[in-house]
Design a protein around this ligand. Structure first.
Ligand SMILES: NC(=O)c1ccc[n+]([C@@H]2O[C@H](COP(=O)([O-])OP(=O)(O)OC[C@H]3O[C@@H](n4cnc5c(N)ncnc54)[C@H](O)[C@@H]3O)[C@@H](O)[C@H]2O)c1
Length: 451
């Protein structure tokens, strides 16, 4: 298999790959080979990343910033368990993160705050010459997405959205199969975020995954902020877990791009019924009219004439599934039934077969190499891979495998879907954040042998 280094040796391709990095070193990094990391937001997700970072010998956790004592205390417990030195603690209100950015010894930051903070924090961090790893999603509006791209291009600072599902083991095996033409030419793909979050969105602050009907100030973790988005917005609020892997399989921003989308939403019933069930009809939150439809369906058309169907479905009783479907001229894979069909190769015509043997056969080289390191990490191990890709990119001073253009192209689906729904499902055009570079960029995602 051609490795990423082989690609880099070919100078014409290297120019395309690292186009956002100006020549010469753009930011200084400590020489002891350790990445000096700062954390902005150490809630549930930030603590996951923190624990994994503390496990690594090539990372020094320099500073933690949050606005809640409780989250800082939980994080310090994680640090103490690791036996690593206590980092600088910044607990100084919503703007306190700027003090962390002032710390010149920090190479890179991980941002795991509520969505509404991401764009501002990403831009401030890039302006402070920090390499940025930001949780999903990075921008909430089209303008924010543009500002993020322009800031990255202006400062020369790379940004990676920490979209972990691109590293899921079955997804990477299927991507491997796509690249080896097992499915033929790509025709139609599906994915989404189909996860019953009602318990997470409403809780009483005593149990992270407990029952309750409270959110906002009375809630804990995501219930403090995420539920409010469902009160005021209607669109695909969380598209990146579904679209990230699909975008990589269809070479989006690398010879292909999203052209336009349409979105439709159902009525909103799930959250109201949950509040009534948990808190009773007289609970104050039972009066809220939620704007977010229970199921939001988005159809995207690509420049290469594939269609992509995305669904956001977080407020109804249902088992978890990201609902992937990858379909080409020779066959189809679906994750919900863990099945595959490849014409002429599957045992019986017109019949599903268990995908396991195929997924094992095409297990991605990164998983073969690092599967044991990733064992025990969050979400079946994929969280280890996404942090590893970020840290390795910082060490090498390269653009990350999922770059700033991916981050905004995947995130912008939310405001575009909100616009389409508000206009009764009219078609909305995607901006071309790469400004034409998508025509010549090369897909190198996960082709390196180490990240
Ligand atoms: N990739 C994944 O699998 C995955 C899983 C869970 C969450 N996430 C994402 O991670 C992000 C955080 O989610 P979470 O579940 O950790 O939420 P959370 O509410 O548990 O954590 C957010 C933290 O940010 C802190 N914060 C808020 N404003 C701040 C500010 N101005 N400065 C510093 N800290 C601030 C909060 O006090 C809180 O501790 C979100 O973008 C979410 O979508 C991703």
């Amino acid at each position: 298999m051609k490795t990423r280094r082989d690609f880099i040796k070919t100078s014409a391709l290297a120019g395309a790959a690292f186009s956002i990095l100006p020549s010469g070193s753009v930011w200084s990094r400590s020489d002891n080979n350790k990445v000096r990391l700062g954390f902005i937001g150490v809630g549930a997700r930030g603590q996951n990343h923190l624990e994994m970072a503390l496990n690594r010998e090539d990372v020094e956790v320099v500073a933690l910033c949050d606005i809640q004592q409780r989250m800082i205390d939980m994080s310090l417990g994680i640090v103490a368990n690791s036996g690593k030195p206590k980092p600088q603690i910044i607990l100084d209100g919503p703007q306190g993160y700027k003090k962390l950015l002032d710390n010149k010894s920090i190479d890179a930051v991980i941002i795991a705050t509520p969505w509404e903070w991401h764009a501002r924090m990403c831009m401030d961090a890039m302006n402070a010459k920090k390499y940025v790893g930001c949780e999903v999603i990075v921008g909430m509006t089209v303008d924010e997405c543009w500002e993020i791209v322009r800031t990255s291009e202006k400062t020369g600072m790379p940004l990676m959205m920490l979209e972990n599902v691109c590293y899921r083991r079955d997804v990477m095996a299927v991507m491997n199969m796509v690249r080896q033409n097992i499915f033929g030419e790509m025709i139609h793909l599906q994915g989404g975020y189909q996860h019953d979050l009602r318990e997470v969105k409403f809780n009483d602050g005593k149990h992270i995954y407990g029952h309750g009907a409270e959110f906002g100030e009375k809630g804990f973790s995501e219930a403090q902020w995420r539920t409010q988005h469902s009160v005021t917005r209607n669109g695909d609020l969380y598209p990146t877990h579904g679209i990230g892997p699909i975008a990589m399989m269809t070479n989006i921003n690398r010879g292909n791009r999203f052209m336009r989308l349409t979105s439709y939403s159902t009525k909103a019933r799930g959250l109201h019924e949950y509040i009534v069930k948990e808190g009773g009809e007289n609970h104050p939150n039972a009066k809220i009219n939620f704007k977010l439809g229970d199921v939001v369906t988005t159809m995207i058309q690509t420049a290469n004439d594939e269609t992509i169907l995305l669904q956001h479905d977080t407020d109804l009783p249902r088992p978890y599934s990201l609902g992937f479907r990858v379909q080409g001229t020779k066959g189809i894979w679906m994750d919900v039934n863990r099945s595959i069909y490849i014409e002429g190769q599957s045992a019986k015509p017109h019949q599903w077969e268990d995908a396991k043997a195929w997924l094992d056969k095409y297990d991605h080289p990164l998983w073969k190499k690092y599967g044991s390191d990733a064992a025990g990490a969050g979400h079946g191990g994929m969280d280890w891979f996404v942090l590893n890709a970020f840290i390795e990119s910082v060490k090498r001073k390269t653009a990350p495998p999922q770059d700033v253009y991916d981050a905004v192209t995947w995130s912008v689906i939310t405001p575009l879907s909100e616009k389409s729904i508000s206009q009764n499902g009219t078609s909305v055009e995607f901006p071309d954040f790469t400004n034409g570079k998508w025509k010549t960029r090369i897909n190198q995602f996960a082709l390196d042998d180490s990240y």
